[in-house]
Design a protein around this ligand. Structure first.
Ligand SMILES: Nc1ccccc1-c1cnco1
Length: 242
């Protein structure tokens, strides 16, 4: 997989050189390139934005500048991802779909966003996904790109030390729609609090049942919306009073 990011603030993407995502690049699991949008502005002042047609506050990023950037970076096999609060919501299913792409180009908008014609024209020759990471306001798309690149990269073959994690974590393939159960490790007692006794009982069936019940209990308390999409059999399995 190749990932290109186009942004006014290339340094915002430096964290992608660190940790799990950075190591995945070093191991050749995917290639990452970050491009400064301003290099595609042609006037003396390197202008990238202008006032919105129809009035309103703020500035909108110009289509001609973005068009030149995408001509240089994207192609027919590209999935163009445009982070926007007005997009479809990112979830683990969408992250897995993006992880199957050969080439992702992330277009980081600032200000009031990018002229809509950029996505509309791109959609004539490539796949375009306008994606939100949640219902809150950011200053630009860069933080959303950090989130999406990490969510995608960890799903690429060879990136996770324990591929099982991609299944057992909250929202992982192995437990779609359930939050992960609480986790514990040494010391056995922390400030007077022991760990749940079942976890050292050696009874693997009882441990699995406890983990399942805790996932359901936690999901019911924190994300009842997720329970609504679980099938009746899954709910019947649980004998938890939530
Ligand atoms: N608020 C934003 C501003 C600019 C680009 C993306 C976003 C965004 C993406 N997901 C939520 O918000």
């Amino acid at each position: 997989m190749r990932i290109d990011v186009i942004t006014l603030f290339p340094e915002y993407l430096d964290p992608l050189r660190a940790s799990l995502v950075g190591r995945a690049q070093q191991d050749g699991r995917f290639a990452l390139a970050v491009h400064d949008l301003r290099q595609f502005a042609t006037d003396r002042h390197r202008t990238v934005d202008d006032s919105p047609y129809g009035g309103g506050a703020g500035m909108v990023m110009r289509a001609d500048v973005w068009g030149r950037a995408l001509d240089a970076v994207a192609g027919p096999d590209t999935v163009l991802v445009v982070p926007t609060p007005a997009g479809e919501r990112l979830d683990q299913t969408l992250a897995a779909e993006l992880a199957g792409a050969q080439h992702l180009v992330f277009a980081c908008g600032r200000y009031e966003g990018i002229d809509q014609r950029v996505a509309d024209v791109a959609a004539e020759t490539m796949a375009v996904r306008e994606i939100s990471i949640g219902d809150y306001v950011l200053a630009g798309g860069e933080v959303a790109v950090l989130v999406m690149v990490e969510a995608v990269a960890r799903l690429l073959p060879g990136v996770l030390g324990n591929p099982e994690s991609a299944v057992t974590d909250s929202f992982g393939a192995g437990s779609p729609g359930l939050l992960e159960h609480p986790q514990y490790t040494r010391p056995p007692v922390y400030r007077g609090r022991p760990i749940p006794a079942v976890l050292t009982s050696g009874d693997h069936a009882a441990v699995a049942r406890w983990q399942r019940d805790e996932s359901l209990r936690r999901t019911a308390r924190r994300r009842p919306d997720l329970l609504a999409v679980l099938d009746a059999d899954t709910l019947d399995e649980a004998d938890v009073a939530v």
